[in-house]
Design a protein around this ligand. Structure first.
Ligand code: FEO
Ligand code: CA
Ligand code: CA
Ligand code: CA
Length: 659
């Protein structure tokens, strides 16, 4: 495929051995620097972080949040885009032991009443951090305290609803009787960005912070809303001394009164969305774009952008036997709407233009290597001939209802249950899409019958969901512990058809089902973060990050970053992997994280001299010494209060990463 005279891209580093230390490991000739760890103050007046500092709600509200995940860079001006930009960073969830280390742990974490100030602090440790970062003349990165665009969005920040669900009965609450606003965004895992210069943050495991001890909405049951206690017991602080209004009661969504004006039953329906943020305007609101569906959104990735064509976003629902989705805008892309870096103007109006009206599809992967996008429209016909709206017991034409019940609708259309879709990424020249399927302990043998999560003995009823699903072509391994990466390409002649294949299967080198021929130097499991790093000439590096739950690999190495230069779509059988023994393509281990972490979040600067990754939930890292050196590769001695952090990997000679 490289017959056009271009120089084939090749990875020019030695694949790392596995590592299990309290340090980040990078190839020889590379450096790794800790940047903006949890607790870093966003303004210059705040006290510096200290390992024994007691976090408070007020302090956390003006500091970097916890458990860094997806992130993206927003250039302030095109000429300095590789050395000075706004970093938008998800803070997915919290490590209560680290947060409350000075007092020996959280109060009543598992039972009993949580103190209001602790809950408020935990709420403020979640969400999104926007912080300006820049590189100095020596190549060291620092954040810029007091930049007017530094800010936090937390699980309490007021946000707008937009798109089909906004203003509908489904989202009328005590807080917003008109159904137009909500409070907070939660468990923001992976991310995305738009061509018009906004950040997309995605609500993944948000059901866990709520509880409903009574009758759940069928859609909430489908999504696994807890029935005894929320993940951190935030609801138990309701009515406590120091509580303001109903700031904690809203997490208990049990119906108590005679409608949503009297209780919190609809709070959950204001979550599960893609949230749009304009990083350039320090006063802008966050908007939940409901047209892109309601589920446990891992992330949201723009497809290949073509002038005069719709704007496309791909997203996945990260839960066992859930689905992959595509949103196609009604509006056609106008290049005049492209981001103007650094300028403040109404980008959210462009978000409304491209993200509030369009069609949401869910994917069916066929055994012949083809696939179909199934439209989640109220009038789409299901197998028995009814409309989707009728099959969901909704009024005809109820678009908001279909969105609220996205997963049920996908069930009814016969979408393919997947092995936990995590990150996606798009090759901007070919338009090929990659997505990680991290693992699935509830994948059963191909000849087994499916089972269901809630009441029902068939998927043709709303609120059911697959508990177990038999292996299929795209998810071919029962009890899939190691995961795989799939790849698809839209068929240009038919907007609803695509071709797909498995790109690589995770495995331990000595596994019987090591289908991609992995070795001691590139074995991996549970692929999660993913980024196609376009290097021009139609070539690029696919970076794969892991969040490993599989002992076969975890006994050999901590979570890691791998790199591979993908070749062209090689076949359409759907069965084989295109990375494998004897294949010209090389899959190499580029970095390894510290003990107990996952590695997630990734991008490179436009000049490709710095690769940014995140270390989430480390066990005993970064080393105390890093306060002075910021060296992410420094092995921790003794024990430290762990802090999730961004890590910047650069070459000591300033050259491009990976090559
Ligand atoms: Fe938060 Fe699916 O990872
Ligand atoms: Ca994560
Ligand atoms: Ca993830
Ligand atoms: Ca994961």
């Amino acid at each position: 495929e490289s017959g056009s005279g271009k120089t084939p891209l090749a990875l020019a580093f030695e694949s790392l051995r596995g590592s299990r230390t309290d340090a980040v490991v990078v190839p020889e000739g590379y450096t790794a620097q800790v940047l903006v760890p949890w607790g870093t103050p966003l303004n210059g007046a705040a006290a510096e972080w200290k390992h024994d500092m007691r976090m408070t709600a007020e302090a956390q509200a003006e500091r970097v949040g916890m458990h860094h995940d997806g992130m993206h860079a927003f250039a302030l001006d095109a000429d300095n885009a590789s050395r000075d930009f706004l970093l938008a960073l998800n803070n997915e969830y919290i490590d209560q032991a680290a947060l409350w280390a000075p007092q020996g742990g959280p109060t009543n974490a598992d039972s009993g009443r949580r103190p209001a100030d602790e809950v408020r602090t935990e709420i403020n440790a979640h969400g999104i951090t926007l912080v300006r970062v820049r590189k100095d003349a020596e190549g060291r990165w620092t954040h810029v305290p007091d930049d007017a665009r530094n800010r936090r969005f937390t699980s309490a920040t007021p946000m707008e609803l937009a798109g089909p669900v906004a203003g509908s009965d489904y989202v009328r609450t005590r807080y917003s009787p008109e159904g137009t606003h909500t409070r907070g965004t939660n468990n923001n895992c992976a991310n995305g960005y738009t061509p018009w210069g906004t950040y997309l943050t995605c609500e993944e495991n948000w059901p866990e912070v709520f509880v409903n001890t009574g009758e759940r909405h069928a859609d909430d049951a489908r999504l696994g809303l807890p029935t005894e206690r929320g993940r951190y017991g935030w609801e138990t602080a309701a009515g406590s001394e120091g509580e303001r209004d109903d700031e904690f009661a809203r997490f208990d969504v049990t119906p108590r009164g005679n409608g949503p004006r009297n209780d919190y039953r609809n709070e959950t329906r204001t979550f599960g969305y893609i949230v749009e943020i304009d990083p350039y305007d320090g006063q802008s609101r966050a908007v939940k774009r409901t047209a892109l569906g309601r589920f446990r959104h891992e992330g949201c990735w723009p497809g290949k952008l073509v002038a005069g064509e719709p704007v496309v976003f791909y997203s996945g629902h990260d839960a066992r036997n859930e689905y992959i989705y595509k949103f196609v805008s009604d509006a056609k892309w106008d290049p005049a709407d492209a981001n103007r870096p650094g300028e403040a103007y109404d980008r959210l109006a462009l978000g409304a233009k491209y993200m509030d009206e369009g069609t949401l599809y869910v994917a069916r992967f066929d055994a012949d290597g083809g696939g179909e996008w199934l439209a989640l429209e109220p009038d789409t016909r299901v197998a028995d001939g009814r409309t989707l709206a009728a099959a969901l017991s909704l009024a005809e034409g109820d678009r908001a209802g279909v969105i609220v019940h996205t997963c049920d609708a996908a069930d009814l259309l016969g979408a393919t249950p997947m092995d936990r879709p995590e990150w996606g990424t798009v090759d901007p020249s070919s338009g090929e899409v990659y997505m990680t399927l991290t693992n699935n302990s509830r994948r059963t043998e191909a000849d087994s019958a499916p089972t269901f999560t809630n009441e029902g003995d068939a998927i043709e009823a709303a609120g059911v969901g697959y508990a177990t699903a038999p292996a299929n072509a795209a998810n071919p391994r029962a009890d899939n512990e190691a995961g795989q990466v799939i790849r698809w390409r839209e068929r240009g002649d038919d907007a609803t058809r695509f071709d797909w294949e498995v790109f690589v299967f995770g495995a331990a080198a000595d596994d019987a089902d090591n289908l991609s021929g992995l070795t001691e130097r590139n074995q991996f499991a549970s692929p999660d973060g993913l980024w196609y790093d376009d290097r021009g000439d139609g070539q690029g590096i696919l970076w794969i990050e892991t969040d490993n739950g599989y002992d076969g690999v975890a006994e050999q190495t901590n979570d890691q970053v791998l790199a591979v230069v993908p070749g062209a779509l090689s076949h359409a059988s759907g069965q084989a992997s295109v990375v494998g023994a004897g294949n010209q393509q090389q899959l190499k281990r580029f970095a390894v994280g510290p003990n107990d972490c996952e590695v997630t979040g990734i991008f490179a600067t436009p000049d490709k001299t710095a690769l940014f990754i995140n270390i989430q939930h480390p066990g005993n890292w970064p080393a105390d010494a890093d306060a002075a050196t910021q060296d992410a590769t420094h092995v921790t001695s003794g024990s430290v209060r762990p802090r999730a952090a961004t890590v910047v990997i650069q070459k000591a000679d300033g050259g491009q990463i990976g090559v």
